[in-house]
Design a protein around this ligand. Structure first.
Ligand SMILES: NC(=O)c1ccc[n+]([C@@H]2O[C@H](COP(=O)([O-])OP(=O)(O)OC[C@H]3O[C@@H](n4cnc5c(N)ncnc54)[C@H](OP(=O)(O)O)[C@@H]3O)[C@@H](O)[C@H]2O)c1
Length: 355
């Protein structure tokens, strides 16, 4: 049974990756931060208390990317075959408010993890969560060959993490790969990220709980994909013979305004009646246009996205409507999404493995 260690297991991607790896028969170990309130809402449905039987294939450990000893301890204890470094202060706007902290967690945190791997001599495959924000103001479409022009403390910290990952690959022979992922969303996306902020607001407006939605720049263009498809690439990347950097995206880009049109339009509302602009959401430096050239992912891994912009908006709208007890309009849930819903039924697979 392979063992995976996931930092950021309580995040959007961490939760989907955990489901995927459990469904593939892995033992999954996750690092969570100590917090005064529960922060495991995204993984509660798959966590089993180890006291309740011997089938617990998922373990959680307290740790933090700012704490070297916690990283060394968890690596020594788990002895993982694969490490997925998904933890980060991952919010671009917040990184302008907390630049030093973002650099410490998102940038130096990756170095601490790689250094722990080097020092413990762990024979492990390492995945680094790089981002399209690295490209910043570089002209679209962006591929592995596009030079980085980071436009935020978050992107600068991720650039450091990206380069140091490459450095440990080349300098110390660590099997370290970076997925340069363009934006990916889902019903589990953090509530303050723009797509989720919109779909939650539409549902709240429809339920009579909210009057207006305050937004920043509506003209930024992003390449938005579906998170469960993207975590599958993380796993595939670590199964490949060679470590590498790989761009992942849909090759389709839309403005925030288009996402508003899609989400409000889904429930027959006009976004212009509800959306107000609040300058506090503008960033000191904006990233205008991100568009993936993911041809290498197709060539090397045979990977292609299946969920596109409209389906993504619908999946997210359906989930947020359901959360507020509202009926989804149209023909109900997107069929393709059901494939991913199956992942969290990993216990069925243990039964078949035992047989
Ligand atoms: N989603 C995207 O569109 C996208 C695109 C490209 C790259 N990425 C990167 O991919 C990774 C996963 O993204 P995501 O959307 O899943 O992010 P997310 O939902 O914000 O999750 C971030 C995770 O990191 C944890 N974390 C934050 N600070 C930490 C610290 N100091 N020590 C340990 N853990 C810490 C969080 O824990 P809490 O739950 O306690 O907060 C959470 O589990 C991130 O590195 C992100 O920057 C995301």
């Amino acid at each position: 049974m392979k063992k995976a260690l996931i930092t950021g297991i309580s995040g959007q991607d961490g939760s989907y990756l955990t489901e995927l790896l459990l469904s593939k028969g892995y033992q999954v170990h996750g690092m969570i931060r100590r917090s005064s309130t529960f922060n495991t809402g995204r993984i509660d449905h798959i966590y089993r208390d180890p006291h309740n039987g011997d089938k617990a294939r998922m373990r959680l450990y307290y740790g933090d990317l700012t704490s070297t000893d916690s990283l060394q301890n968890v690596i020594s204890e788990v002895e993982p075959d694969e490490i997925y470094n998904l933890a980060a202060q991952s919010h671009v706007r917040v990184s302008f408010d907390m630049p030093e902290y973002t650099g410490d967690v998102t940038g130096l945190g990756t170095l601490r993890l790689l250094e722990a791997i080097r020092r413990t001599g762990a024979k492990v495959r390492f995945y680094q969560a790089s981002t399209s924000e690295l490209f910043g103001s570089a002209s679209p479409p962006q591929s592995e060959a596009t030079p980085f022009e980071p436009q935020s403390p978050y992107a600068a910290a991720k650039a450091y993490a990206h380069w140091v990952t490459q450095n440990y690959r080349e300098g110390y022979g660590v099997f370290a790969s970076s997925g340069i992922l363009f934006n990916h969303e889902s019903p589990r996306r953090g509530e303050t990220f723009v797509t989720r902020k919109i779909t939650r607001a539409v549902a709240a407006i429809l339920a009579g709980k909210q009057e207006h939605l305050y937004m920043g720049n509506l003209d930024s263009k992003r390449d938005w994909g579906y998170a469960p498809e993207y975590v599958e690439v993380m796993w595939r990347l670590l199964q490949h013979d060679e470590p590498m950097d790989l761009v992942i995206g849909t090759g389709e880009s839309h403005t925030v305004r288009e996402f508003l049109e899609e989400a409000f339009g889904y429930v027959n509302l006009d976004y212009q009646d509800y959306v107000r602009i609040d300058p506090q959401y503008f960033r000191p430096t904006e990233v205008d246009f991100l568009l993936a050239d993911a041809r290498k992912a197709k060539d090397v891994l045979g990977w292609e996205p299946r969920i596109r912009f409209k389906d993504l908006a619908r999946i997210m709208m359906d989930a947020d409507l359901e959360l507020l007890g509202l009926e989804a309009p149209g023909d109900g849930k997107c069929l393709l999404a059901e494939r991913f819903d199956g992942w969290h039924r990993w216990e069925d697979q243990i039964v078949s493995m035992d047989k």
